[in-house]
Design a protein around this ligand. Structure first.
Ligand code: FAD
Length: 458
């Protein structure tokens, strides 16, 4: 008789694809499941773990990155292995992995930007927030990006927290950034920045803005940059007023109060300005060979409280600018061998079980942004991971055990493919080397921005 999956003799073997928050919360959950023996092997395409905590969270928000200490504790647990520098779908296929694992959990995040869907958005001078964020955070894929910061006017489309991150990094002085873990190349380029005006556009009104109070509050405090919110832009229609009275909208109410305070602020002249615009949608991005202006349509809000939609008023205005960052949401990247919901940019699933309209894909699961889309903060991935692990436990009696329950055999296969697998101990060496490199410039770390640099530090 064969040993049941999860028993001492035959631990459940889980491949976690992705090492961001959702991957670590799901791993922690699996390893802590009562009366279950589990082996979690976490695959990460980069040699460095932690996903957007390392490559998304802004460098001037170091406290948020402390969450990695929790993930390190998970990585130290018996039954956990990190296999960095392995991209699933490219270096090894999902089918191949199935031979070594009873379940595969996709925690691959949402790495691509949504498009605006308007004319001109791919003109030179137009960038995605992902490119800029990856660049200042030292992501190897974005090291070579070039942003023309010799331009005085920059537009940012979108008003979520990521758009605010982009505005803050552009608006802050070098002194405010130099002791963070911002990539050296970015700090050097920002030191030469000639940017004077940073315009942030939202299609809805100030009562519907998608940022959070902690993020917007910071805009009152920059050393060399004023934040301009025009009082007339804060006038609300009846439905918006009602929305803010709803106790469920406490966050939005707080946002609105902070915007009101910002609008009443008296400003000393400073080097830069960040200017908020509400109720404006871009309709065309113009330029012969390079972006030189954006045409917006003014919107009005229509509908009942809580259901208001932005509708074009027909009135247009334009802004001249040479640099644009689009920050209107993210979508996942399809992985060969898995279904993909193209419209939502996620792996289709039922509470974490990979499933399309025709079938449930036994043994395959999703968690985090690739499961639910790019919403919520780091902590939101915790309950999300609990749900996925619950589905795995419910399915356990019906799972087909893999043929080769052996990580060493898998590693041999990767070796044959000439993949240099990075272990967690290897990563700790990269980590230590980065911290050491940061010391001379008073930074918490100086990241390696090339994969070869990371591998060289091991
Ligand atoms: C710019 C930005 C700033 C943010 N700032 C904050 C903040 O300040 N505070 C906060 O609470 N939340 C913040 N968030 C949200 C938070 O980062 C997300 O909630 C969280 O990272 C989502 O976790 P995830 O594990 O689903 O995805 P991710 O963190 O994106 O992790 C996915 C991982 O999978 C890896 N991967 C992808 N494909 C493969 C593959 N085929 N094979 C192997 N590995 C693969 C990626 O390299 C990555 O490491 C921010 C998000 C962004 C975009």
């Amino acid at each position: 008789m064969t040993n049941p999956l999860g028993s001492q003799q035959r631990p459940l073997r889980a491949a976690m694809i992705g090492s961001g928050p959702s991957g670590f919360y799901a791993a922690e959950n699996l390893l802590h499941t009562k009366d279950m023996q589990v082996q979690v092997d976490m695959f990460e395409k980069l040699p460095a773990p932690f996903g957007l905590v390392r490559y998304g969270v802004a460098p001037d928000h170091p406290k948020i990155k402390n969450v990695t200490k929790i993930y390190e504790k998970v990585a130290e647990q018996k039954g956990f292995q990190f296999l960095g520098n392995v991209e699933v779908g490219r270096n090894i296929s999902v089918d191949e992995l199935r031979q070594f694992y009873d379940v595969i959990i996709f925690a691959t995040g949402a790495e691509k930007d949504r498009k605006l869907g308007i004319l001109g958005e791919d003109l030179p001078g137009c960038h995605t927030a992902t490119e800029f964020v990856g660049w200042y955070n030292g992501h190897p894929d974005f090291r070579e990006e070039i942003f023309d910061l010799s331009q005085p006017i920059v537009a940012i489309i979108g008003q979520g927290n990521v758009a605010l991150d982009v505005a803050r990094i552009l608006g802050k002085s070098v002194d405010e950034l130099k002791n963070t873990d911002i990539a050296r190349h970015a700090l050097e380029a920002l030191a030469e920045s000639k940017v004077k005006e940073i315009h942030i556009f939202g299609r809805r009104g100030p009562a519907q803005a998608a940022f959070t109070p902690v993020e917007i509050r910071e805009f009152a405090e920059f050393a060399d940059c004023n934040c301009i919110v025009k009082p007339q832009d804060l006038e609300l229609n009846e439905s918006s007023r009602k929305e803010l009275e709803d106790p469920d909208n406490a966050v939005r109410k707080k946002n609105y109060e902070i915007l009101l305070q910002l609008s009443q602020k008296k400003h000393e002249p400073k080097k830069r300005q960040i200017i908020f615009h509400f109720l404006k949608s871009p309709v065309e991005i113009c330029g012969a060979k390079h972006l030189d202006k954006i045409i917006f349509e003014k919107n009005i809000l229509v509908g009942n409280p809580g259901e208001q939609k932005a509708r074009g008023s027909g009135e247009r205005e334009e802004i001249r600018c040479d640099l644009l960052f689009k920050s209107v949401g993210y979508r996942g990247i399809p992985i060969k061998g898995l279904p993909f919901h193209d419209q939502w940019g996620i792996i289709p699933n039922q509470h974490g079980r990979v499933a399309d309209s025709e079938q449930i894909y036994s043994g395959l699961y999703a968690v985090g942004w690739i499961k639910r889309g790019p919403t919520g903060v780091i902590g939101t991935n915790k309950p999300d991971a609990e749900e996925t692990v619950k589905m795995i436990m419910e399915d356990l009696p019906h799972l087909r055990p893999c043929k080769t329950p052996d990580t060493e055999a898998l590693k041999k296969l990767l070796q044959r493919y000439e993949i240099r697998v990075v272990s967690f101990a290897d990563w700790k060496k990269i980590d230590a080397a980065e911290i050491e490199r940061g010391k001379e410039s008073g930074k918490p770390r100086e990241k390696f921005v090339k994969v070869s640099g990371m591998l060289g530090a091991i």
